[in-house]
Design a protein around this ligand. Sequence first.
Ligand SMILES: [Fe+2]
Ligand SMILES: [Fe+2]
Length: 366
Amino acid sequence: MHPAYRHLGGCTKTSLLRGGTRPLPHRIHLATLRISQHSYRRQLHTRSASTTTATETEKDALTIATEADPDAPEGQTPVDIVHLTWPHKGWTEDVLHAVIPSHRAPRTAGDRFAWRVTRICRWAMDFATGMGADQKVDGKHPTTAVVAQKPLTEEQWMIRFIFLESIAGVPGIVAGTLRHLHSIRRFRPDHGWIKTLLEESYNERMHLLVFLEMYKPGWFMQFMVFAAQGVFFNTMFVSYLVSPQICHRFVGYLEEEAVHTYTRCLEEMDSGSLKGWEEGEGFKIPEVAVRYWRMEEGKRSMRDLILNIRADEASHRGVNHTLGNLDQTVDHNPFVEGGMEKGEMQRAVTKPGGLERDEVIRNSSR
Ligand SMILES: [Fe+2]
Ligand SMILES: [Fe+2]
């Protein structure tokens, strides 16, 4: 663990959710990538000294591995390989501050079902992360009220973020996989949905990787994540086969929860109750975050990091509510072209209920 984050998850006390001294799985994964990359470079170096010519594929892979970011310190290039998959275009200041917690009122029976399931998930999350009764917000406005009697601690926030993000990375990959399989099975185009769905999953995984740089989960939390993923992946898989529309609505509601969570965290930072994350206390956000969101010098505080993550969640919220408004078989995905760069994506951030179907059709015919 980086020394700057020791106050969040040291080994002085025992906790079921807090980590011990064992290395993190993702660290092992990154370490493996580093070793693989080192060996790969050595292999290519050896090969270039021999009479065998590297194939075009190998040259491409070498380019990716070594030229992804020429300024990257040695040992951090695997992160760049990860970045290269779907680089983040970054958010403008306007967009970062335009996000508001919001709730799209259910309109159909499917919406009501999705909302009910989301409430159950939120209850389970509050329970699993040890939230006290005095730490809960107004239950009548669960996704918009952000003030509680007692703030959460830095550690409670980290546990919540890691649970949330480990779950959030599942729906996009399930939906993307199923749409991909449907397309190749039925010999039909996908209308551009797959990329956005996979990109969303990837973005959620980056959120998780950033938090894992700052907090080491204990064995119990790892077990909970393992079990939750097993249940959630399979449930999503079957549910998406039955009703993709309700699934997108459900993800839209989950993302409302994510925007709520990060907005409340920002509020508690501003009220001065999260001192451990203040600048000037020897605290620094992970380097991977700075490079993923292209965070400018002077705008690399924990607050800036949470603002960026919250904008991502707001885009997922708007995208999934929009996809939930569309005809799943014939409509084109309005967010695909240009990915995160496209103006529609920026609009999704500031339209919490998503774009209505006729609006999408009108915009696409312009
Ligand atoms: Fe996320
Ligand atoms: Fe999200």
